[in-house]
Design a protein around this ligand. Sequence first.
Ligand code: GLA
Length: 749
Amino acid sequence: MSLVSLDQTGRLWALNTRDSTYVIGIEIDQATGEALVLQKYWGPILPPQAAREAAAMSAGPDSPSGAGRHVTSFSRPVEVEELLPVDGGLRWGLPALQVAVDQVRSLELRLVGVDAASGDGVDQLDIALEDRTFPIDVVLHARPYADSNAIARWVTVRHRAGGDAAVEVSRLDSGSWFIPDAEDYRYRAASGAWAEESQLQQGRLPVGELTFTSRQGITGHHANPWIMIDAGDAGEEHGEVWSVALAWSGSWRMTTTRRPEGGTAVTAGFGHDGLRWPLPAGAELVTPAVLGLYSAHGFGGTSRGWHDHIRRHILPAGDEDRPVLYNSWEATGFAVTEPEQLRLARRAATLGVELFVVDDGWFGRRDDEHSSLGDWWPHGERFPDGLQGLFEGVRALGMKAGLWVEPEGVSPDSDLYRAHPDWTLHLDHRRRDRKRHQLVLNFARTDVRDWALGWLDRLVTDLRLDYLKWDMNRPFTQAGWPGQGQGQDHVWIDHTRHVYQVMARLRARHPGLRIESCAGGGGRLDLGILHHIDQAWPSDNTDPVDRQTAQHGVSQLYPANVMSAWVTDSPNANVGRSTPLRYRFHVAMAGVLGIGVDLARWSAAELDEARALIAQYKMVRRTIQHGRQYRLGGRPGVERSALQYLLDDQVVVLVYHPYGNAKSGRRWLRLTALDPDACYEVVAGGDTDGVPGRLAAGSRWQGRTLMAVGIRPTAWEPIGADHRSDLIVLRTTAGSAPGNAVIRSRGVP
Ligand code: GLA
């Protein structure tokens, strides 16, 4: 049971995940009758009696000590421990729920009841509250996952039928998470920009409020909706980390409050400041989920916890191996034609590519960024006979077929816009500003949603497509729907929901269809979109050195099997840096390998090398895409660094050294999480020059040696060329401690 009632009143609950416990206690304020739903504990797993004791230790709101904090007439610090601090009563912090009824902007919630249920193998706790005066219901939902370490929480707010009040919601978070008391706190998050996404930032959590947000209608390049918090003492593989991530792909806001009198909480939800969502009688708003995950095994353990949860419970086909793909964008840009794409496809097939994706430029009169988004039929001059011939050719070469689309985009120069100017997001009396020469379709409209589903369905059916790269190149501006009057801010929610719906319905109609999310690079990667897609494009910057930094940021939350990674030309089109083919491959192999080069320009030697590297990737991809990832240290792209992946009996190590002449620095690379008693054989990537400490192919090593002493990768020699890399593969030998390594290593978080 992942849900345990801890007392007779049904007001104290332990939510158990595989390794953690989260205790919720509901207290009734004796003076006001108000219900306070409080987080009593979040940390290592506790048996029921200890969970009860943890709750008893935590002082309630009526305690004069206020949970041991400094209480004055100007503060009530316990609000930081509430699961959903509302705007109302004795609270002055950032509200997670703000509702106005007629002119009254405040809530006074009392307890209606608590319901514990089990469905789909997952337990769920629903805590029902209602306003003391107005017909407003608020239900807090929580689901602990017994086979991962995540807890999902979300909220329903309902305006009961029959009322005639004007109800308006101006803030509705999915939930607030309290981080247990510590002397100090540190946060870790990802920020960035276009072509520079997922840059890891870490720092001391300031006293006050720290907000990460997107106001763009998409997840955004500038921040990603997750945060990790530790007490300043966690490392990659040790220490406690509390993390929170929001499953939403539109605008969002995540605010961490560190109170001056102690106590830290993270609240997260959809929308951004300033939006207003009217709620007519009978209507309800259901938030996306916010997930929390506790790990006692540092940032690495936290990342692996998320990877595991995402693969098990979020991705639609999480256990599937992703194919090696080819994408035409960096090779041909908009100039896609059947003969040219088939020439590329023939070369790609000989390399071992399994999926051929035609990017932008195939539709309408799309010769550049200026036109045709919305006109989703084959480009008359480039594909006079349609795209069937091209994709039949692709399939005849033994590859699957994929196509780029941008369903939410519309060019003012398109037949669609000329016919339906009202289909875009827009406001009365305001300009329709263009960005990348385009506007955004209002997917909140059901006619727009149904139109998109219609043409996408036809396209996938007619061309027998296996894969869509779903792009979105334009943040929202002037985001309104004048016909909806006061309710037009709902577009910020419904647009995203309808994008999810179109994806879900397409997948239901075409069970074999796989989808890649892209938004001008890495602008739409989050736990929400991952329910509907298979992989995401992290950045338009494909330079391998820059990419290492971005991939490091992506790996904090997202598993390798969602991270698209292409090998592209050298010098790189974005940054002009030249790098060896092997390095480019080894960086891209850390995710879902793809090829994005003009293959016509590759020499026979390059093609041979690429063929061998693709074959090698196929040998290790199950381990990389589905194994447990260990970041073995070193700042990726800046100094010697390495990644280790572990699955069943196979260990894969990717080793990087961006700058050749680095005389100081690590030489020994200690592996981790192996079975100390097992014997590991080097099956690939070993050197044979006999230098002690090097791994000769075929040599065998004790797990304890590889962990205590380590290996000396060739790429880490102090003097050599820039951009050296190794791929090392080890396997437990059948004779030594058979099976032992598998079982033991599985137990390691
Ligand atoms: C975006 C994507 C690119 C490519 C172009 C096509 O920028 O991130 O990968 O698909 O659009 O216009």
